[in-house]
Design a protein around this ligand. Structure first.
Ligand SMILES: [Zn+2]
Length: 1062
């Protein structure tokens, strides 16, 4: 018979043959299931808590039925399901079908066995592939049903705040006979239909596939399975026609992106991991070729402690190389805001966990879904044994298309990592023909590499791969006209990319995401918690290490610190620290910060008590005084507030040596007292001999001068410290996005509530205060503080924030002209343009920085420092700090509360390096600690000093790999023990001068690498001469040829990262 002539009717005919909606009475899909049978009984009980299985099954279950609904949101419903398989089904494949809009977990014999989530296309638990008479026909299952969907329970839209009253319905619970032969034919036809539709009319293979599919429909009598094999043979004939040698190869890797918290709380994520991973384990049992890349040590740790049986099964599949831990980090963290040390700890905690649990560290960094990537990450990765990186988020760029999918990414120190973006621009593929074609077509590095990745499996809310995805790709292994598809591993992919890497391009600097720039500001309390807790843990580590070094009975609080670090690292997850999570998550996050603050304060107190115990003991004849501790590696002279015996607070000027302490000495005469004067026009001047300012009634700076240079920083007619309010209505992603057009809605805040008044008249400290009304219902009160000797002016700010869709910033127009501004990032800084020449420039209208940003021209500049803000911009000569936003989704209450934060402005001569802007920003963030003591007789004491201002001794802590270090120790002193990175000829070494088995690890970062060895020599000498119990110094990433870059060290804690192969 002649073939059909009408392409459209043929296509739609095949479509209808597979349709789940049309003609199911007579089409193939309608035959997928044969007989059905209801459970013998169904009973349930509901609980607001997420409880263990053992506790659940002891509860009283009440009769229930299909069609019942359960809720409200976040509750859990446990079902007891009694099943009896009809003996007439002998030899048949039997599934337990469960359909609900909540996420389910099937338990059998006290073990989790299958996740069932309709949204993730998982509604079947396979009881038997061929029912035998000897098998038990009656069984009891439990189903744990979470009253939330795969994406939480947003009211009206996915990212809307959760509906607290949502009900979840059980729509199906039954036993069915599954017709495997129908299923296989459906998958065949789907592939052929997709080829016919997607390859297009200009393509020969499109018609070959279409004719084959049409003929298969002709041949199939759906009521007679004996007609199926011949139809399948037709499909097989098409599938077995092979590609030529040059065809692109797609490496398909199973994956399941599980946000550690997002539209659901942390606690639910634990169950999401179990539901998703148990399903993967079931799939692996039937599909030995299935690979599954799984990131986030924290999630492994959750499953290890909550689902030990499942974890054992996972360990087996890890050993088989199928279940593949990837990423090397504790969680998939935000790529911008965590400090350098936090980033190091993400890797350190992660890699250590993978090493301990699975015997090896990860060789690739895996961060498919975060909102930009710091230019420091390549070096951090290399230092942690990682030289490969996978992500895809830059495909979300709103303005510019990133020009590569496979390339070398080079960080600020010159470290390079091989980077791959799966060209399908997704981490949740389904193994469809369409995705394979997109992967090949979209690939920006055609001709340079001929391999790419495809990550398949439901993600974000979990879910993971399905059998159908695998069955599609098995067929697509090598079909002429489609790219080759092989189930692969990240290692196989990167290994072949490495072989092809000679033609790859290099991208230098940050991977800036041109979207989601509101996440630098949203949920200010979380940002503040992060910055503060990073400081707290830094200080606890420094002080505890010094206490250990002093000898005595003090024990380094290693396990407490690990616990607190892990809480902090968890909150750095890429929907928590960015503020793009629901209110429940915010509450959890703030509680974790509270715990770090509480426990951190106690640990710090214990360390100080031990470190200064002689001074703290009351002695006869001694007088009350104040001991001041400095955890930063340079001497500081600052005004502090001290509390007297009666609770009275007084100011004092104190000089404290580097990483040490001193006693406040009387009298506290500053070289020049602060003078505060009210002028006739109501303005107020403040002057400390270093800087002089003039403030108008609204607290705005009309003048900011460096006294020594007479140079004015504020342009004529401009106001610095000008608040501005913007309309902030993005296109969709409310908490995430601030759009370019918000800049057009700028309104200066000028509604005065209380005019500027003097609150401290001068001496050691001068201060003034004023209040403004912002928008309709918010108020801002600011104290502007100038301390004796201090080179910057502080703005202590309180805001009662009650806005909706508004964005508050503070602006500092300055008399500086430069085409680039400098922003602090992790262990370094980078420049971004101050103009909007090209689309790449203006797409960065809102950027991020850590503790400071600076605009400098030759010999002069102005820096803006802050203690808990991240959003910033520098356009033209205006420096802006982003203060508060008010998005309504996914948390309707986001930021509607009281806020306190401090920023500071610092005019300076010379470069920002020469002017110690970096050090001043640290000082603002790491206040001196004042402790009342009873002894006035004490010499100032310093543990370490670093003579070069280019070196920042960032972290001093006890090494985590004590045994490893001490094994290599050399009693003569420091001893190089690590290898050399052959490829880049970087020295990598660590040393120890231990007398026992504990060690101290020092992370160092350097602005000018050539002086690193001198600096480290001094650090070393300092340790040695203090007879400290043990010290280890490690460093890596030193590029002698690169000026003005940094280096750091943590590798000594990851010994296996240090083999020459890295
Ligand atoms: Zn995510």
């Amino acid at each position: 018979m002649a073939s059909l002539k009408h392409r459209r009717t043929a296509l739609e005919r095949v479509e209808k043959f597979l349709s789940k909606i049309y003609f199911t009475d007579c089409n193939l899909w309608g035959r997928l299931f044969a007989d059905r049978c209801a459970p013998v009984s169904l009973a349930c009980f509901q609980t607001p808590r997420r409880i263990p299985y053992d506790e659940a099954i002891r509860q009283e279950f009440r009769p229930s039925k299909v069609g019942d609904s359960f809720g409200p949101t976040w509750e859990t419903c446990w079902f007891k399901v009694e099943l009896s398989i009809p003996s007439a089904w002998a030899g048949r494949e039997v599934h337990f079908i469960w359909e609900s809009d909540g996420e389910g977990m099937v338990w059998r014999d006290a073990q989790p066995v299958q996740g069932l989530t309709k949204e993730g296309e998982k509604t079947s638990y396979i009881l038997t592939s061929s029912l035998k008479e000897t098998e038990p026909h009656s069984l009891t299952l439990y189903v744990e049903l979470a009253c939330n969907g795969l994406f939480g329970a947003g009211k009206g839209s996915m990212i809307a705040p959760p509906d607290p009253d949502r009900r979840f319905t059980l729509s199906k619970a039954e036993l069915v006979v599954f017709n495997r032969d129908v299923y296989e034919l459906l998958v065949d036809l789907e592939i052929l239909l997709d080829m016919a539709q997607l390859l297009g009319e200009e393509n020969q293979r499109s018609f070959q596939a279409l004719y084959a599919a049409n003929q298969m429909v002709n041949m199939c009598d759906v009521t007679d399975p004996s007609t199926f094999p011949a139809a399948r043979d037709l499909a097989a004939a098409i599938f077995s026609q092979r590609n030529g040698e040059s065809q692109h190869t797609i490496h398909a890797v199973g994956h399941c992106h599980i946000d550690s918290a997002w539209l659901w709380p942390y606690e639910e994520t634990i169950r999401k991991c179990a539901r998703s991973w148990v399903t993967v384990v079931r799939l692996m049992e039937c599909n030995p070729e299935l690979t599954f890349a799984c990131s986030q040590a924290q999630q492994f740790e959750w499953v290890r402690s909550w689902y030990p049986g499942l974890y054992t099964q996972i360990q087996d599949f890890v050993a088989k190389g199928q279940f593949i831990p990837v990423g090397g980090t504790w969680v998939e963290m935000d790529g911008n805001l965590p400090s350098g040390e936090s980033m190091v700890r993400q890797f350190l905690q992660g890699q250590r966990f993978f090493q301990e649990q699975f015997g090896k560290i990860c060789s690739e960094f895996w961060l498919p879904d975060t909102f930009g990537y710091s230019a420091q990450l390549p070096q951090l990765m290399r230092g942690c044994g990682i030289r490969r990186f996978l992500t895809q988020k830059l495909s979300w760029n709103l303005v510019n298309t990133f020009p590569h999918h496979t390339f070398f990414w080079e960080g600020i120190d010159g470290s390079r990592v091989l980077t791959h973006f799966p060209p399908g621009d997704s981490y949740g593929m389904q193994g469809r023909v369409e995705e394979m074609l997109k992967t090949v077509k979209n690939n920006k590095d055609k001709g340079r590499v001929n391999h790419s990745a495809l990550l398949f499996g439901f993600g974000d809310g979990g879910g993971g791969p399905t059998q159908k995805m695998l069955d599609r790709m098995k067929r697509m292994n090598d079909i002429d006209g489609l790219p080759r598809v092989q189930i692969s591993t990240p290692d196989q992919l990167f290994s072949v990319l490495e072989k092809e890497s000679s033609r790859l391009c290099t991208w230098v600097g940050e991977l800036f995401l041109e979207l989601h720039n509101g996440t630098y500001t949203t949920q200010a309390q979380i940002k503040k918690g992060n910055r503060e807790c990073e400081r707290i843990l830094h200080d606890v580590e420094v002080l505890s290490t010094l206490a250990v070094a002093q000898g005595g009975a003090f024990k380094y609080p290693a396990s407490q610190l690990q616990r607190l670090w892990r809480l902090l690292l968890l909150n750095q997850f890429h929907d928590v620290l960015p503020g793009s999570c629901i209110q429940l998550v915010v509450e959890d996050a703030l509680q974790y910060y509270a715990e770090i603050r509480r426990a951190g304060a106690q640990l710090q107190d214990e360390a100080v008590q031990s470190l200064c115990r002689e001074l703290l003991q009351p002695k006869a004849g001694s007088t009350e005084s104040t001991l001041v501790l400095n955890t930063l590696p340079w001497e500081r002279t600052e005004v502090i507030l001290r509390t007297g015996p009666a609770g009275t607070e007084t100011l004092a000027l104190v000089t404290v040596p580097s990483m040490g302490y001193a006693i406040v000495r009387e009298p506290y005469v500053p070289p020049q007292p602060v003078a505060v004067r009210k002028q006739e026009d109501g303005s107020i001047t403040m002057d400390n001999g270093v800087i002089a300012v003039c403030l108008d009634m609204m607290g705005r700076l009309t003048s900011l001068r460096l006294v020594g240079s007479k140079r004015e920083s504020v342009p004529d007619g401009c106001y610095a410290n000008q608040f501005a309010l913007f309309d902030d209505v993005p296109l969709y992603w409310d908490a995430w996005d601030v759009m370019d057009y918000h800049l057009e809605t700028r309104k200066p805040v000028t509604m005065l509530l209380k005019p500027l008044e003097i609150t401290l008249a001068g001496g050691l400290r001068g201060s003034t205060r004023f209040s403004l009304q912002i928008g309709k219902g918010s108020t801002l009160t600011q104290e502007i503080i100038l301390d004796a000797t201090c080179p910057y002016l502080r703005f202590l700010t309180q805001v009662e924030w009650k806005e909706a869709h508004k964005f508050l910033k503070v602006e500092f127009p300055v008399q500086v002209r430069s085409t680039n501004a400098t922003y602090e990032i992790q262990f370094g800084h980078l420049q971004r343009p101050t103009h909007w020449n090209t689309s790449w420039d203006w797409a960065r209208f809102e950027v991020w920085a850590h503790k400071w940003l600076d605009l400098s021209e030759h010999g002069f500049g102005v820096a803006l420092l802050n203690d808990c803000k991240y959003g910033a911009s520098a356009h033209g000569n205006v420096l802006s700090l982003s203060l508060l936003r008010a998005p309504k989704s996914p948390d309707a209450t986001a930021d509607i509360t009281h806020h306190q934060f401090t920023y500071a402005v610092m005019p300076h001569l010379g470069s920002f390096q020469d002017a110690s802007v970096i050090q001043c920003a640290y000082n603002l963030n790491f206040p001196l600690h004042a402790v009342p003591v009873s002894s006035a007789q004490c010499l100032a004491w310093s543990a370490f000093s670093v003579s070069s201002p280019a070196v920042v001794l960032e972290t001093v802590k006890q090494g985590g790999r004590q045994a490893q270090l001490s094994e290599n120790r050399d009693s003569s002193g420091l001893h190089a023990l690590l290898g050399e990175d052959k490829e880049l000829s970087l020295p990598a070494w660590a040393g120890t001068c231990t007398r026992d088995h504990s060690s101290i690890c020092i992370h160092v970062w350097v602005l000018q690498p050539q002086i690193i060895s001198t600096a480290l020599q001094q650090v070393r000498n300092a340790c040695a001469c203090r007879q400290s119990r043990s010290v280890a110094i490690a460093q890596v990433g030193l590029h002698p040829e690169v000026q003005n870059r940094m280096c750091l060290s943590y590798v000594s804690e990851l010994p296996s990262a240090l083999s020459p192969k890295g």
